[in-house]
Design a protein around this ligand. Structure first.
Ligand code: XMP
Length: 545
């Protein structure tokens, strides 16, 4: 998990996760300050780390310190010789370890509160609120709270109901706060993090995508070496495109990407990827049209999990066959270079597989609560590795999605691709609610294209996290011209979300909906009705299948 390269390049804040729903937001807030940080489960022992953090943040937790099995902080955290900030449960863990008193509460205090900053006059103790004074609105979400300060700690903020809303050790750089500065409802939270990472931890603030590119390119070159090739699967989405471009910058045409057209992509997607990655950005991409194979295997299948499995397995078959061809070709080139005495031109064998894993996937897999229950099996290319004996290379595994987008922009990837909504691996197969046929795919592609076009024209695209059309498995009666029709129904979905775990629906204006509905029923043959999905997640999910 630990990445010695990254730790040798950037000062790192370690966030120990006690399972709070807000833990990953602490990571976001530090990264926004251009400070690299990494989240590890609270069970991480300091002595097992092979790198030294510049500071440690203890997150909140759904636990009470009184619960059986409540997570306990490793006491070595306080002996590591680096500043520590405890947030909510983190504060209580500090108190628990330093002779303070935590009072159990049978109900949670949840909502806005106002803290009064207490200036002690001591520069060290006042450092956390250096740039803030007076009354400050914050967000509280806790059950237990401190009723007695730990030994050698002073109060640096209080509220009428929380006399120990923030505490600081008299001499050591240990601070604790009861509220949550990481959520947007604590408007001055950023300044608090700034004080901690900059003034207290003295972190260099050089985590930017510009510096990341140079360092990552060097790292990729070191890993791959002067000879050796890398393979990658491209989906048309932002992550795989950015990863491919980065790989291309690092090793040029020793990187080869494969895009599998599975027949359930968005309209013209394969063509667009070819144009943008191959032709505009110069990345080596082979597009394999396997749509017949996918659609034949999907014939008559309605069950969404079956659709996912078929698409996942067929993808592996097609990708492996293509890789075998590329490997054969690479071998021929290798022999030819050696035979003509140009060994220096030989590019070597395929040794690595590029994967566009992002940091949220990493967090999810190591999270203190463990991976959340599978509601839908999400298909990715991870399963390829075991059989293929290729080593994994994951240049984006430290990045959040918005950092990937920023990286893409810095590398000159066009805005319409960098800002593109996510698209699921099983594609339109999980948006065609009945059986998938080429005709059904065409109908949905056409309706979706109109919908997205109108969303872009109206300027809503960037306000929506994910928008798409869905083809419902019903027929409805209509009248077109003088004729009775018995045609299909399109549902429009537009979700707004930050983490895709919960979502609300986008409130389109009436005239926009009229226009989209008119266009779809007029232009898409076989559709006579358009409906709008106004369901939140939960209880619905974003996709219909
Ligand atoms: P749900 O429907 O679970 O979607 O609310 C959350 C996010 O996950 C995407 N999604 C998938 N992505 N393979 C993927 O690669 C899948 O099988 C899959 N199912 C859902 C969905 O598009 C949304 O962004």
């Amino acid at each position: 998990m630990a990445d010695p390269f990254i730790h040798s390049q950037y000062d790192t804040i370690l966030i120990l996760d006690f399972g709070s729903q807000y833990s990953h937001l602490i990571t976001r807030r530090c990264r926004e300050l251009n400070v690299y940080c990494e989240m590890l489960p609270c069970t991480q022992k300091i002595k097992d780390l092979d790198w030294k953090p510049k500071g440690i943040i203890l997150s909140g937790s759904p636990y009470s310190v009184y619960d059986d099995g409540a997570p306990r902080v490793d006491p070595d955290v306080f002996e590591a010789g680096v500043p520590v900030l405890g947030i909510c449960y983190g504060l209580q863990e500090i108190a628990w370890n330093h002779g303070g008193k935590v009072d159990p509460h049978d109900h949670r205090e949840y909502g806005s509160a106002t803290i009064s900053i207490v200036k002690t006059g001591d520069k060290h103790m006042d450092a956390l609120f250096e740039d803030v004074s007076g009354e400050v609105p914050v967000w509280m979400s806790h059950g237990d709270q401190l009723s007695k300060a730990p030994v050698d700690f002073e109060v640096v903020a209080r509220t009428p109901t929380a006399p120990f809303a923030a505490i600081a050790h008299r001499t050591k750089p240990i601070y604790g706060i009861q509220f949550h500065p990481e959520v947007t409802h604590s408007p001055r939270g950023k300044e608090l993090f700034e004080s901690f990472v900059s003034n207290i931890c003295k972190c260099r603030r050089d985590w930017t995508m510009e510096t990341f590119i140079d360092k990552e390119i060097k790292r990729i070159r070191d890993i791959v070496g002067p000879k050796g090739r890398v393979l990658g699967a491209i989906s048309g989405g932002v992550d795989s495109s950015v990863a491919a471009k980065l790989m291309h910058e690092a090793i040029g045409d020793r990187f080869h990407a494969v895009m599998v057209d599975n027949g359930v992509l968005r309209a013209d997607e394969a063509k667009q990827v070819d144009q943008m990655l191959n032709k505009d950005l110069g990345v080596n991409v082979t597009i394999v049209d396997a749509s017949d194979l996918f659609l034949s295997r999907l014939e008559g299948v309605e069950d969404p999990e079956k659709k996912r499995k078929i698409i996942g397995n067929t993808f592996i078959n097609v990708f492996e066959a293509e890789v075998a061809k590329l490997e054969e070709q690479a071998e021929k080139e290798e022999l030819a270079a050696l035979a003509s005495g140009k060994a220096h031109e030989a590019k070597g064998k395929f040794e690595f597989l590029l994967q566009g894993t992002l940091y949220p996937d990493v967090i999810e897999s190591i999270s203190f609560k463990g991976p959340s229950a599978t509601i839908k099996t999400h298909h990715n290319v991870g399963g390829l590795l075991e059989d293929m004996k290729l080593k994994l290379i994951e240049p984006l595994r430290e990045l959040f999605k918005d950092e990937v987008r920023a990286l893409g922009r810095v590398m000159g990837i066009p805005e319409h691709l960098v800002g593109r909504h996510p698209f699921p691996g099983p594609g339109l197969a999980i948006r065609i609610l009945g059986p998938v046929t080429r005709d059904q795919v065409k109908i949905l592609q056409h309706a979706d294209k109109i919908y997205i076009e109108e969303i872009r024209n109206a300027g809503f695209y960037d306000q929506i996290s994910q928008a798409f059309a869905v083809l419902l498995p019903v027929r409805a009666v209509g009248v077109q011209g003088d004729k009775r029709t018995y045609d299909q129904v399109i549902a429009l979905r537009a979700a707004q979300t930050t983490d895709f775990m919960t979502a609300t629906w986008f409130p389109f204006p009436f005239d926009f909906l009229c226009k989209v509905s008119n266009r779809i029923t007029n232009e898409v043959a076989g559709v006579n009705r358009v409906v709008l999905d106004i369901s939140s997640k939960p209880p619905a999910t974003i996709e219909w299948l």
